[in-house]
Design a protein around this ligand. Sequence first.
Ligand code: HEC
Ligand code: HEC
Length: 206
Amino acid sequence: MENTVAAPNATDADSRWSPWGQPPAPMLDPRPFAEAHWQGIEAIPATASVTQVLGIPQGLRGVVIDDVSLPADLQGFQAGDLIMEVGGQSTPDLLSFVRASEAVRDQKQVDVLVYRSGQSLALTLAALFERLGTANGETPTMIPPGSRRPHRYLGPCTSCHRIGTTGSLATDPGDTASKSTVAIRYSTAAPHRDRGPCSACHQILQ
Ligand code: HEC
Ligand code: HEC
């Protein structure tokens, strides 16, 4: 099938240096990666809007950590870090980040160069189990026909999104957390973090 949809890096209005990178499989699909996951690192493209909010200087290229969890969080990685190199390979976009991880997938650990608050830091990422494995890239989510964009215009929708209803659960796991409350006694301790005065949400039994 001929690919007639422009890749977003050709049209990306958000681009200072094509932060979206090339689509991973252009002959199959025009969509670039929007997110990559690796050993507790969740990385996103360093688009102009993201780098501006984070105060990352214009000349630096990398991918931004937007979430960090086990095991990367225990090893000093932080949300907002710009990952510039993995194992000495530069990572200006998510596809090069995935490729750099691929090159070290059988190693137990690797040096990672990040930029944080005005300086470069050499961190080490060690695998949770025997080897690092390859980062997984994800394209933007599938959106139902007729969706309105919640973000500003970034180019033709199908450069980034597939259109359909089979891509995501209608209910996010977060939405299934209980929103109704039980009645509690005055002296009960809260099992959750401080959410304000108990009586705002719970009926208080005398
Ligand atoms: C350059 C890539 C790009 C283009 C082009 C683009 N989007 Fe997006 N869109 C994203 C990213 C990245 C997200 C954020 C999160 C994600 O991956 O779900 C997003 C999120 C969304 C969401 C929220 C999805 C959800 O489930 O949270 C909708 C709806 C959406 N876009 C609609 C549109 C529409 C409509 C257009 C065309 C007018 C469009 N987008 C064009 C990249 C793009
Ligand atoms: C903003 C709303 C809110 C406030 C304020 C709040 N809670 Fe809760 N509480 C909840 C919700 C919602 C749940 C259900 C579980 C969950 O989401 O954590 C819950 C669950 C509980 C439970 C577990 C009940 C059960 O048996 O399932 C207790 C006990 C409790 N809260 C006590 C307190 C106390 C004590 C305070 C005040 C110090 C308080 N809560 C303030 C919303 C609130």
